[in-house]
Ligand binder design. Structure first.
Ligand code: FES
Ligand code: FES
Length: 164
């Protein structure tokens, strides 16, 4: 997609392992770039000011809130959204665990929650319940009371460790 305004800049990045090159307005938020330009609808907008975690994605492997990052700031990076976790349409073990443990109710928080959990597990493959609780504290969920979410992440870690 091309935008010819003066305040636009070309960015190159990998999104869900696909190389992208777009000329974007400098004030386009990463969340809007992913959702509106690339049609990655798992990226939800809740608060829009970095407080709810609904827009969480992985940026170079780290969970970040994409509503307070500009797309131009992501130039040169690798982004993963929930769509990128489900290879060839098959859910990842983490997504399966969220379903198996009943960690999903209305689901609005779920994509961001799963991306936060994915970032945590990449950094710390055997987190404690307390560490998971701290990691997801920035992802607001009104439905589940967090216990089942914590169980789902613990369960994923356990299954992965059994495979190692
Ligand atoms: S929409 Fe990004 S943190 Fe709430
Ligand atoms: S499942 Fe509804 S907000 Fe978390």
């Amino acid at each position: 997609m091309e935008h010819k305004e003066a305040n636009s800049r070309k960015i190159k990045l990998l999104v869900n392992n696909v190389a992208r090159e777009d000329t974007v307005p400098v004030d386009l938020r990463l969340a809007d770039y992913l959702r509106d330009w690339l049609n990655l609808k798992s990226v939800k907008e809740g608060c829009g000011v970095g407080d709810c975690g609904a827009c969480t994605v992985l940026l170079d492997g780290k969970a970040v809130v994409s509503c307070i990052i500009m797309a131009v700031e992501a130039d040169g990076s690798s982004i993963v959204t929930l769509e990128g976790l489900a290879a060839e349409g098959k859910m990842s073990d983490l997504q399966e665990a969220f379903l198996a443990k009943g960690a999903v109710q209305c689901g609005f928080c779920t994509p961001g929650m799963i991306m936060t959990a994915a970032g945590l597990l990449a950094e710390n493959p055997q987190p404690t319940a307390e560490e998971i609780k701290r990691a997801v504290a920035g992802n607001l969920c009104r439905c589940t009371g967090y216990q089942k979410i914590i169980e789902a992440v613990l369960y994923t870690a356990e299954i992965r460790n059994q495979k190692d």
